[in-house]
Design a binder for this molecule. Structure first.
Ligand SMILES: Cc1cc2nc3c(=O)[nH]c(=O)nc-3n(C[C@H](O)[C@H](O)[C@H](O)COP(=O)(O)OP(=O)(O)OC[C@H]3O[C@@H](n4cnc5c(N)ncnc54)[C@H](O)[C@@H]3O)c2cc1C
Length: 383
């Protein structure tokens, strides 16, 4: 039976980047359960894939800081852009922040596939379990057993099952005695409590807000949706929210007291939000939509809630809608400088299967790529 030098489980963003950075002299295989590689890359960002962000730091991630920092230093956003540029891709910046492919995600997929040309890609092959005998890993798949000296688990998270996602990575980690945090949906819309159903009634409206959640301050658009709350700010907030309230500032660029001061208009006319939203919000904070000059001291105090509205999500829209899975293999099991398991020689974990999750805005691909390069550099070393 053939023995691989390196076998990579999963054929997504991190796997392809890792394979493309491996020495050509290594005999490398990728095992992917879909008929094609990189299915999440393909559909992400509306088919144009938000690859990275103008500002990237460990602050944009839920994960162990030193592990994230090491990966970002090893393969930074600038390194990624240089890598893409060298391969003929110059992403465009949208909203002064997000790097997107100009025409389609295929631009980056084709580059990654080209760089992994020397790699044997086994498609339509599902990984079932892994064990280790005599220094070799035995990978049991739907098409038989594969043997390898070094194994990289790049099977991603559990969200979007329709795109081939499974939690096999966590099962493998468990079987080798590594501790894991079960996956939960993240970067996902949030459902609302009956007391806040007024939000659902505004379905289709969006506004720029600031959200404070678990010590983080997020600044982006929020969308009122039929099922609850969505939009970039809520998706990022879902990454940090555990339970209880998050605080929404509906007027982050204004001060309600300055707006009403000396105004002869009714409140909903001076609040620079869509009229329907302004009225519903006043209702929700129990302030009558009256003339500004007639507001009582008590009503003025209540108005402060526009800058600090306590939103208590009921839950979220689940794995079928979540862009990523929070949780994964705990970083305490991994050497940050290689992403090799500390107690299982030659076993590596990269990408979303590791307990590092980025905010919305290209951070998850940046992590997938950075962690892949950390691992590839270690695999290339003569030991
Ligand atoms: C709709 C959507 C939009 C997104 N948009 C963005 C975006 O614009 N920017 C951003 O940064 N992030 C985005 N993400 C998140 C991003 O796609 C992931 O974080 C990233 O792909 C993770 O890379 P990975 O290599 O770890 O895992 P993946 O890219 O998910 O790759 C894992 C691979 O493993 C395969 N696999 C799983 N189980 C098995 C098994 N048992 N046997 C064989 N193969 C298996 C899967 O089929 C998959 O191909 C989006 C995600 C979704 C779902």
């Amino acid at each position: 039976m053939k023995i691989y030098d390196v076998l990579i489980l999963g054929g997504g963003a991190s796997a392809l980047m890792c394979a493309g950075h491996l020495k050509k002299s290594l005999h490398v295989g990728i095992v992917e359960n879909n008929a094609k590689v990189a299915q999440k890359l393909k559909i992400s960002g509306g088919g144009k894939c938000n690859i990275t962000n103008v500002e990237v730091s460990s602050n944009n991630f839920d994960g162990e800081e030193s592990l994230v920092n090491y990966a970002l230093q090893t393969f930074s956003k600038d390194d990624l852009l240089t890598f893409l540029g060298r391969n003929g891709i110059s992403p465009e910046i949208r909203k002064n922040r997000y790097y997107f492919c100009r025409d389609s995600s295929d631009e980056i997929i084709n580059v990654l596939k080209h760089l992994a040309q020397h790699v044997e890609i086994l498609l339509n092959t599902t990984v079932r379990e892994v064990c280790k005998h005599n220094d070799l890993f035995e990978v049991k798949t739907s098409k038989g057993t594969l043997k390898t000296k070094k194994l990289v688990v790049a099977t991603g998270g559990k969200s979007f099952k329709t795109l081939g996602a499974t939690d096999v990575g966590l099962r493998i980690a468990n079987d080798f005695g590594l501790s894991v945090k079960e996956f939960t949906p993240a970067l996902v819309g949030m459902t609302v409590q009956p007391s806040q159903f007024w939000m659902k009634e505004l379905s289709g409206l969006s506004c720029y807000v600031h959200i404070k959640v678990e010590g983080k301050l997020l600044k982006e658009e929020m969308l009122f949706a039929h099922k609850g709350m969505s939009g970039p700010c809520i998706l990022s907030a879902s990454l940090y929210w555990k339970k209880g309230n998050m605080a929404i500032d509906f007027l982050p660029n204004d001060t309600i007291f300055k707006l009403i001061n000396g105004s002869k208009k009714v409140l909903s006319s001076v609040i620079p939000l869509p009229k329907r939203l302004a009225k519903a919000l006043l209702d929700a904070i129990d302030v009558k939509d009256t003339q500004c000059k007639k507001l009582t001291k008590e009503q003025k105090e209540k108005l402060q809630a526009i800058h600090n509205y306590a939103f208590a999500p009921a839950g979220n829209f689940g794995f079928t809608k979540a862009e990523v899975s929070r949780g994964g293999v705990l970083s305490e099991n991994l050497n940050p400088e290689s992403l090799e398991a500390l107690h299982v020689e030659n076993l590596y974990f990269i990408g979303e299967v590791v307990d590092v999750t980025g905010e919305l805005g290209g951070y998850n691909f940046q992590w997938a790529f950075s962690s892949a390069v950390v691992c590839a550099k270690d695999l290339n070393k003569e030991k």
